[in-house]
Ligand binder design. Structure first.
Ligand code: SDX
Length: 429
C-alpha cells in the first residue's frame, strides 16, 4: 500500500495508503488520520465511507450490477434456489451435490423453535405489527440457544448461522398466524424451504393445503432477491452490534429493527400503501408533483436508492416475478399493477427523476406480488427480514472472523455548549 493520498491541512501534509479491491472503488486508509492530524472525517450518511472489507456481495450502482460471491443476481435467481444462495453466502462457493444435500438436511432439521416460544407470542396484542413481534421473538432466541453463542468457536458460529436461517421462516409464519388469530402450523421436513414457509403461513388444521409450485418458485426467488445487499443500513447495524461480541441472535434482532424503517425494508409496505392511495392512473400526476415538491415530505416509495443510480437489477426480476404470479392467479388486470406500471413509465420520463437518477428499487414491485400471494401489507417487511437474515448472519460471521475486527466506535463533530459551571435553581432565570 503506497502513500498515494495526501491531505494538506493548516499547512501540514499527511499521507495515507490507498487499498485496491478486486473490483469497485479503491479506498483511502484513514485509520491514522486522527493520530497524524488531530481531525476526524465527517460523513454522517456514510455516502463515501467503507466501513469494512468484505468478500460477500458487490454492487455497482452506476451499472446496476449485483454479485453474490461473484455470481450475478440474474443467474442466481434464474438457475439457483434460496438455500443454495444461503450456502454460497455462508461458505463462499456454490455447493457440490453432496454439500447441497447435507446443508438442506441440516437447515431442515433446525426449523422447529423451542416450544416455549409459543408462550412468548401470547404476550403480544393480536394487532401488534408483525415486525414488532419479529424484533422481540428473534431477540428471544438468544434466551434459548446458549450452546451456540460462543462466537469464538467456528463450529458454534456455523450452528448459530444454520439455526438462524432455519428458524426465521418459522418465527415469521408464527407472527403471521398469531396476527390473524389462527393456530401455529409446525414446519414439515418433506417440503422445500419456500414450500414449508407457504405451508406454515396458509395451511389450516381443517383441510389439506395444496402447494402451488409456481407460487412456491416465486416465493423462493423473492427470498433470493432480498438475501444480501452489501453494507446497507440493517447489515451495518448487525455488524456494529456484533462488533461488541453480542449474541448473534440479538444482533439479528437489531437488524430486524433497522430494516423496519420506511426508508429501508419498510418501503415495500409503504410502496403498496402508496399505490393504493393513488388508486388510479389519473391521480398519478398529483403524486408525482408531491414527490417533486421540496415542501412536501412525500416521496415515491419504492423509488430511489443510495447506491443504484441506474435500474436496481432486482427490480427487473421482481417485475417479471410479479407478472408470473398475477398470471398464475388470474389477476393480471390488477389495478395496482396498472397504476405501478404507469407510475414507473411516467417517472422514468420525468426530468426530476432522470436528473436525480431515481429508478424503481426492489421494493417497488414486491408489494404487489406479496399481496397477490396472500400476505397482508403488514407482513411485507417480515418477508424481507426473513430473506435478509442469511445476509445479516453471513456478514456477521465475516466480521467476527476478520483478524482486523475491533469494536466499532465512530466519533463526532461536536457543536454543543462549551464548558460552563452549574447554576443553582434559585439563580436560573
Ligand atoms: C432498500 O441500501 C440498500 O442496499 C437498501 C436495500 C437493501 O437491499 O438493503 O436496497 C433496500 O432499502 C431500498 C430502498 C427502499 N426505500 C424506498 O424506496 C424509500 C424511498 N426512497 C428514498 O427515501 C431514498 O431514495 C433512499 C432512502 C432509498 C435513498 O436516500 P439517499 O441516498 O439518502 O438519497 P437522498 O434522500 O439524498 O435523495 C437524493 C435526492 C433528494 O433530493 P435533493 O435533496 O437532492 O433535492 O433525491 C430525492 C431527494 O429528495 N429523492 C426522492 C426519492 N428518493 C430520493 N424524491 C422523490 N421520491 C423518492 N423516492
Amino acid at each position: 500500500m503506497s502513500d498515494a493520498a495526501k491531505l494538506l491541512l493548516d499547512g501540514k501534509e499527511a499521507g495515507f495508503g490507498v487499498r485496491h479491491g478486486t473490483i469497485g472503488p479503491d479506498v483511502v486508509d484513514i485509520a491514522s488520520l486522527y493520530k497524524d492530524t488531530g481531525v476526524f472525517t465527517y460523513d454522517p450518511g456514510f455516502t463515501s465511507t467503507a466501513a469494512c472489507e468484505s468478500k460477500i456481495t458487490f454492487i455497482d450502482g452506476d451499472e446496476g450490477v449485483l454479485l453474490h460471491r461473484g455470481y450475478p443476481i440474474e443467474q442466481l435467481a434464474d438457475k439457483g434456489d434460496f438455500l443454495e444462495v444461503c450456502y454460497l453466502l455462508l461458505y463462499g462457493e456454490l455447493p457440490t451435490q453432496q454439500e447441497r444435500e447435507d446443508f438442506i438436511y441440516r437447515v431442515t432439521r433446525h426449523t422447529m423453535v423451542h416450544e416455549q416460544m409459543t408462550k412468548f407470542f401470547t404476550g403480544f396484542r393480536r394487532d401488534a405489527h408483525p415486525m414488532a413481534v419479529m424484533v422481540g421473538s428473534v431477540g428471544a432466541l438468544s434466551a434459548f440457544y446458549h450452546d451456540s453463542t460462543d462466537i469464538t468457536d467456528p463450529h458454534q458460529r456455523m450452528v448459530a448461522s444454520i439455526r438462524m436461517v432455519a428458524k426465521i421462516p418459522t418465527l415469521a409464519a408464527m407472527a403471521y398466524k398469531y396476527h390473524i388469530g389462527q393456530p401455529f402450523v409446525y414446519p414439515r421436513n418433506d417440503l422445500s424451504y419456500a414450500e414449508n414457509f407457504l405451508h406454515m403461513c396458509f395451511a389450516v388444521p381443517c383441510e389439506p393445503y395444496k402447494i402451488n409450485p409456481v407460487l412456491a418458485k416465486a416465493m423462493d426467488r423473492i427470498f433470493i432477491l432480498h438475501a444480501d445487499h452489501e453494507q446497507n443500513a440493517s447489515t451495518s447495524t448487525v455488524r456494529l452490534a456484533g462488533s461488541s461480541g453480542a449474541n448473534p441472535f440479538a444482533c439479528i434482532a437489531a437488524g430486524v429493527a433497522c430494516l423496519w424503517g420506511p426508508a429501508h425494508g419498510g418501503a415495500n409496505e409503504a410502496a403498496l400503501n402508496m399505490l393504493s392511495e393513488i388508486g388510479s392512473k389519473d391521480r398519478i400526476p398529483e403524486f408525482i408533483a408531491r414527490a417533486k415538491d421540496k415542501n412536501d415530505p412525500f416521496r415515491l416509495m419504492g423509488f430511489g436508492h443510495r447506491v443504484y443510480k441506474n435500474y436496481d437489477p432486482r427490480a427487473k426480476i421482481m417485475q417479471q416475478t410479479c407478472h408470473e404470479v398475477l398470471d398464475e392467479l388470474g389477476l393480471k388486470d390488477d389495478p395496482l399493477l396498472e397504476v405501478a406500471m404507469e407510475l414507473e413509465h411516467i417517472a422514468l420520463h420525468d426530468e426530476y427523476f432522470i436528473e436525480k437518477k431515481l429508478y424503481p428499487n426492489v421494493d417497488f414491485y414486491s408489494g404487489i406480488t406479496l399481496k397477490a400471494l396472500g400476505f397482508p401489507t403488514t407482513m411485507f417487511t417480515v418477508l424481507f427480514a426473513l430473506a435478509r437474515t442469511v445476509g445479516w448472519i453471513a456478514q456477521w460471521k465475516e466480521m467476527i472472523e476478520d483478524p482486523q475486527q475491533r469494536i466499532g466506535r465512530p466519533r463526532q463533530l461536536y457543536t454543543g455548549a462549551t464548558r460552563r459551571d452549574y447554576v443553582g435553581v434559585d439563580q436560573r432565570s
